[in-house]
Design a binder for this molecule. Structure first.
Ligand SMILES: Cc1cc2nc3c(=O)[nH]c(=O)nc-3n(C[C@H](O)[C@H](O)[C@H](O)COP(=O)(O)OP(=O)(O)OC[C@H]3O[C@@H](n4cnc5c(N)ncnc54)[C@H](O)[C@@H]3O)c2cc1C
Length: 341
């Protein structure tokens, strides 16, 4: 299909905070064959360019001065089958949650704990999405990309090339703006290997009287727990967890634990400790804190919400206030998880 670039397009339907900002130019990439024309287009060449999936990890604080390209490449296929082991490829524009459910329907297991995370397949490697004890890197075999600096030549990165870490990957650093993710290849299995020890999964299964859960049961339970804890962006604008859990030196953690013995903490590699950002914010008295329509969610302190009319810059001012308060109280720096533009 021919590429259609429009001017002055509202991004409100394309970001889960519901920010009413405009893109100077906007187009949809629905077919890889459109890429050469896109890269040659003067709007693209002038820049800046924002590659957009579902807009669920994004805070837009102003109109975007360049070209926004919404990635809508579709397609899911089974590439290989070797006994119970499967290699499944999904195109970047596929909806993440629908892809997870599609896999479950096919009997392709492994992604069930990542049910109901908003966004697209193409964005899942960018911040190495994770939930309920699973990170997507545990199941990514390869990421297929178009090199935007080499006429969109196909580049296939193996898992190790992606430098996956906690909410991080090469796509946020060296590859940002250079490699467009066009598809992701997942290593899945026909043999369920359930992870039910994390969070309330086991408890919720028991509550439902399920003693021998299937992967579909785990997905359903994860969906129910998430729906009970996290605000639905369709009702209350948000981008999920706004801050990463900070990772600090053991020595600093020991000193903090002396002052705050209840502080939840987890080992994060040699000499490093991960703290629960939500606890830090909550205990600093900020749960439910509001500046106009920009607020810290009343039930989940890690989530910032837009009660309706907050602008992106008001949302960002609130985020800065949370960061400053936590820094002053604990000496810990909170890093924003979404891309702030
Ligand atoms: C209610 C809610 C709950 C959430 N829960 C979780 C959770 O449990 N765990 C978690 O990890 N995240 C969570 N998130 C964050 C978000 O869902 C994920 O980060 C998701 O992967 C973002 O996908 P997206 O398509 O919306 O990306 P976007 O917001 O559109 O983009 C995010 C970044 O990825 C880049 N990008 C997008 N597509 C491509 C591509 N094809 N190639 C290269 N770069 C690309 C963008 O340029 C941008 O930098 C949550 C968000 C919400 C709103």
């Amino acid at each position: 299909m021919k590429l259609s670039i429009q001017s002055h397009v509202s991004l409100k339907p394309h970001n889960t905070f519901g920010m009413e900002v405009q893109a100077a130019q906007f187009c949809r990439l629905t077919d890889l064959a459109q890429l050469p024309a896109l890269l040659a287009d003067s709007n693209y060449q002038r820049g800046p360019v924002l590659w957009l999936g579902g807009g669920s990890n994004l805070l837009l604080t102003r109109d975007y001065p360049g070209l926004v390209v919404k990635v809508e490449l579709g397609g899911i296929r089974l590439l290989q089958q070797d006994g119970d082991s499967l290699l499944v490829e999904a195109a970047a524009g596929e909806n993440w949650h629908q892809f997870v459910r599609h896999c479950l329907q096919q009997g392709w297991y492994g992604l069930e704990n990542l049910s109901l995370i908003p966004g697209t397949v193409g964005a899942c490697p960018v911040q190495n999405i994770g939930a309920y004890g699973v990170e997507v890197k545990d199941h990514i075999e390869q990421v297929v990309c178009a090199d935007l600096t080499a006429n969109a030549a196909t580049v296939v990165l193996d898992n190790a090339d992606c430098h996956f870490a906690y909410r991080d990957s090469i796509f946020k650093h060296a590859a940002a703006g250079r490699l467009l993710v066009t598809a992701v290849r997942f290593r899945l299995s026909r043999q369920p290997q359930l992870k039910t020890a994390y969070g309330d999964i086991q408890q919720e299964l028991e509550h439902r009287g399920i003693t021998q859960p299937s992967p579909l049961d785990v997905s359903n339970v994860v969906m129910a727990i998430r729906a009970s804890k996290l605000p639905d962006p369709a009702e209350l604008g948000n981008a999920g967890s706004f801050f990463k859990n900070p990772v600090i030196a053991q020595q600093q953690a020991d000193a903090l634990l002396q002052r705050f013995p209840a502080l939840p903490h987890y080992p994060a590699g040699p000499g490093r400790v991960k703290l629960a950002a939500g606890w830090l914010i909550d205990q600093a008295g900020l749960k439910g804190y509001r500046q106009g329509d920009a607020a810290v969610h009343a039930r989940q302190a890690l989530v910032l919400v837009n009660h309706g009319r907050a602008s992106g810059s008001q949302m960002w001012a609130l985020a800065r206030h949370v960061q400053d308060t936590v820094q002053q109280r604990y000496g810990v720096e909170l890093e924003a998880e979404p891309l702030v533009l």
